[in-house]
Write a protein of this length. Structure first.
Length: 80
């Protein structure tokens, strides 16, 4: 498990449960995450987990699929 706290945003509740159990990730369920605006998504989910404050830097990792051939990993560093 990672030393730094991690948040997982997913539209499937079953995946949120697995993330929490297997990896210790703080799960946040969203029916339709606004993935086109990463800063807004980070600001929207912060009240749920309370891990960041204005001025903090977050690392966003996305783009992974069940089928590795469809995965398009993305890594972003954002200031909140």
């Amino acid at each position: 498990r990672a030393i730094a706290p991690m948040v997982g945003v997913c539209d499937l509740e079953a995946i949120c449960r697995r993330l929490s159990l297997h990896w210790g990730i703080v799960p946040v369920h969203r029916k339709r995450p606004a993935i086109e605006d990463w800063r807004r998504l980070c600001a929207d989910i912060n009240p749920c987990c309370g891990l960041t404050k204005p001025g903090h830097t977050v690392l966003v990792v996305s783009g992974f699929r069940d089928d590795p051939k469809r995965s398009e990993p993305v890594l972003k560093i954002l200031s909140i």
